[in-house]
Design a protein around this ligand. Structure first.
Ligand code: FES
Length: 137
């Protein structure tokens, strides 16, 4: 299966790459099977709005494309909205991924949720959501 133009675009020209100093939430996730690692940084304002989002991904092209797309989908939205972002929504926004690459998009969802959980922990809010793992132990 060929990659969509959107995937190629986000892979060759990923958006929001980098780190945020003093980020309000940081999520580091990895997939033990393929060894890929994704780090997500969130800057969140007093209204719970994600004003900035950056990522660093040491991984496959699909992992880079999905993290890039995920940052675009959560930026400017509240953390509650970001928590609703599913990996299938990321895949849909990328106009599809080959089935063997779907776990890469789960990594992106996992990274966002882990960063939000970190933010909740920092501000003393209960983490009342589950984080789906991109692989089983
Ligand atoms: Fe592991 Fe893509 S092959 S995240």
């Amino acid at each position: 299966m060929k990659y969509s133009e959107k995937v190629m675009d986000h892979f060759t020209n990923p958006r929001n790459v980098g780190e945020i100093e003093n980020a309000d939430g940081v999520g580091v996730v990895g997939n033990a099977k393929c060894g890929d690692i994704m780090k997500m940084y969130l800057k969140i304002d007093e209204n719970d709005v994600i004003v900035d989002c950056k990522f660093k991904t040491f991984g496959c092209g699909a992992a880079i494309a999905t993290s890039s797309m995920a940052t675009e989908l959560v930026k400017g939205h509240t953390v509650a909205e970001a928590l609703k972002l599913t990996n299938s929504a990321v895949v849909e926004a990328l106009e599809g991924l080959p089935p063997v690459k779907v776990h890469c998009s789960v990594l992106a969802e996992e990274a966002i949720k882990t960063a939000v959980a970190d933010y909740y922990n920092k501000i003393g809010r209960e983490v009342d959501f589950e984080i789906e793992k991109s692989h089983e132990e």
